[in-house]
Design a binder for this molecule. Structure first.
Ligand SMILES: C[S@@+](CC[C@H](N)C(=O)[O-])C[C@H]1O[C@@H](n2cnc3c(N)ncnc32)[C@H](O)[C@@H]1O
Length: 227
């Protein structure tokens, strides 16, 4: 199934209104302006869940299979899925609703919209898995860029981890160069420069699709250095 077929399959699924109300924060630039920069809550466990449990963020969570899988296995942690696609995020809300997840919220926004809402030391982990290779503005990738890495580093507690996975070799190499250039913020968690293959407990529909075509994933994991 191509990307269009995948999107049609997601579109056909009906989403209970309660699922959207319970899980999704929708962001709009107009609201951010009207509310003087307060369109979203702070990205902390306290403001999103009312407690101080460890908080993890997936940037570009798509339809949410990987993140909902993590949230189901780790009720002691809190999870945020971020994605600008309404269709994908609605699908993720349905998964969360069906699993009755109490530790997950979804934010419909691009990563850049989160910058003013990040709080230092609030994140324990972040995931950038299978970012779209072609979303660029003036040559700069919208998710894989130095500014995203910097903002994640500032929001991450020392020792917090960033996992990056891609099946697109050129984009993966770009991400690897960026994180190596940010060596004052991040240190690698493995001896190898990068790892091959990715076998989480729950794979996303995107990962499963490309695995069927025999495409290999590349991966690195880094930790926020102590300042
Ligand atoms: C190929 S999907 C991967 C989804 C998921 N991470 C997975 O492993 O299956 C990439 C996702 O990144 C999202 N995306 C695109 N631009 C983005 C941005 N500026 N900020 C955050 N997510 C973005 C897309 O909407 C899409 O759902």
């Amino acid at each position: 199934m191509g990307r269009r077929g995948l999107s049609r399959a997601i579109k056909r699924v009906s989403i209970p209104l309660e699922a959207l109300q319970r899980y999704v924060h929708a962001w709009r630039f107009e609201d951010e302006l009207a509310l003087a920069g307060h369109a979203l809550p702070d990205i902390t466990s306290l403001s999103l869940f009312g407690d101080e449990a460890p908080l993890e963020l997936e940037v570009g969570c798509g339809t949410g299979e990987f993140l909902c899988g993590l949230a189901a296995r780790h009720p002691e942690r809190r999870f945020i899925g971020l994605d600008p696609s309404t269709q994908s995020l609605n699908f993720a809300a349905r998964l969360a609703f069906e699993a009755d997840l109490k530790n997950l919220r979804l934010i419909r926004a691009p990563i850049i919209a989160l910058y003013p809402h990040f709080v230092p030391n609030a994140l324990d982990a972040a995931y950038i898995h299978f970012p779209d290779p072609y979303v660029r503005s003036r040559q700069i990738h919208k998710v894989v860029n130095a500014s995203v890495l910097k903002h994640l580093a500032q929001a991450m507690r020392p020792g917090g981890t960033l996992s990056f996975v891609s099946d697109h070799e050129a984009l993966f190499q770009e991400a690897l160069r960026l994180v190596e250039a940010a060596a004052t913020d991040w240190e690698r968690l493995h001896e190898e420069r990068f790892l091959r293959g990715f076998t989480p407990d729950v794979k996303s529909r995107y990962q499963l699709k490309w695995e069927r075509y025999g495409v290999e994933a590349f991966r690195f994991e880094v930790r926020r250095r102590k300042v």
